[in-house]
Write a protein that binds this ligand. Structure first.
Ligand SMILES: Nc1ncnc2c1ncn2[C@@H]1O[C@H](COP(=O)(O)OP(=O)(O)OP(=O)(O)O)[C@@H](O)[C@H]1O
Length: 277
């Protein structure tokens, strides 16, 4: 009886997984940059599926193509071969429909605009300003804890606060997908811990799909539902690891065995492929 129940539970879980909607689907994708010194094989035969609501991290050594892959999803680079769909459409249509928000390593806020005016910029560019605009700015600055900083200029904020403002700016167009390229790489460890927890809270609250580039194994373990391990020469996917950890995580999880086991699995995937020596 117990065995039958277990089979039924497994079937239900399988069916639930099947029902998940694919947000990004990549098949046999390669990208070769043409340079004066000859071709650079940045990405080779990438196959990857990311479902709606997933938090997926790309990890790998410098030059393995993490940023390039993120930029292909964002239609900022074109694949040489293969196919990619973002929410069922081309990356170009996804970009034109403002399907994603992009957060860079540097906050990139315009110094002559206030935080509020910086957040308004993507809506102004896409012709979405109006009565709705102020609501979006208020909501998202509150979400990142900057509700009292609307009228400050970027240089009046700390590095962590500026990065939070850039996340609010990306969220203001209400994208389904958040693409983040090492957004916390330049922050000190304490601020980074805080930002990681803030990002997890925002992800939980908004239910968005997040694709996140990082160099940090701990950060990947702490944040992700799936970790994509990449290798250079040329950039390809070595392994996709589904995290056994709960979606809702705390910093205390870092002291637990399951955290260390997952970190060891990532380290081993990197080392096995000589991605780190
Ligand atoms: N526009 C470009 N023209 C030529 N080569 C490029 C271009 N952009 C990236 N590359 C090359 O493609 C490869 C992948 O670069 P990419 O920036 O995606 O790596 P990365 O994994 O994000 O590195 P990092 O962790 O150091 O940011 C590298 O060899 C890089 O030199």
């Amino acid at each position: 009886m117990l065995a039958i129940k277990q089979v039924m539970d497994e079937q239900t879980i399988d069916q639930a997984a099947e029902l998940k909607r694919s947000m990004i689907s990549i098949e046999d994708l390669s990208l070769v940059f043409t340079t004066n010194d000859g071709p650079v094989n940045a990405l080779s035969n990438i196959n990857l599926n990311i479902n709606e609501g997933d938090f997926v991290s790309f990890i790998g050594p410098s030059g393995c193509g993490k940023t390039t892959l993120l930029r292909v999803i964002a239609d900022l680079e074109q694949a040489t071969s293969g196919s990619i769909k973002v929410d069922g459409t081309s990356p170009k249509d996804a970009r034109l429909n403002r399907l994603y928000g992009y957060v860079f390593q540097a906050p990139g806020l315009l110094p002559w605009r206030t935080i509020q005016q910086n957040c308004a910029l993507p809506m102004e560019i896409s012709g979405r300003s109006g009565a709705h605009q102020q609501k979006q700015i208020d909501k998202n600055l509150k979400m990142v804890g900057l509700q009292d900083f609307h009228n400050k200029f970027p240089w009046q904020l700390s590095g962590g606060m500026q990065q939070r403002a850039s996340i609010a700016r990306a969220l203001c167009i209400n994208p389904q997908l958040l693409l983040m390229d090492e957004p916390f790489g330049a922050l000190d460890e304490i601020t980074r811990d805080h930002m990681n927890m803030e990002l997890l809270r925002i992800w939980q609250e908004t239910q968005k799909t997040v694709v996140f580039v990082t160099h940090s194994i701990d950060e990947a373990v702490l944040l992700s539902t799936h970790i994509v391990v990449m290798s250079p020469r040329p950039g390809r996917i070595v392994k996709v690891i589904e995290s056994p950890l709960p979606r809702l995580k705390t910093l205390a999880l870092r002291d637990q065995a399951a955290f260390h086991q997952l970190a060891a699995e990532i380290r081993s995937a990197l080392a096995n492929d000589h991605a780190i020596d």
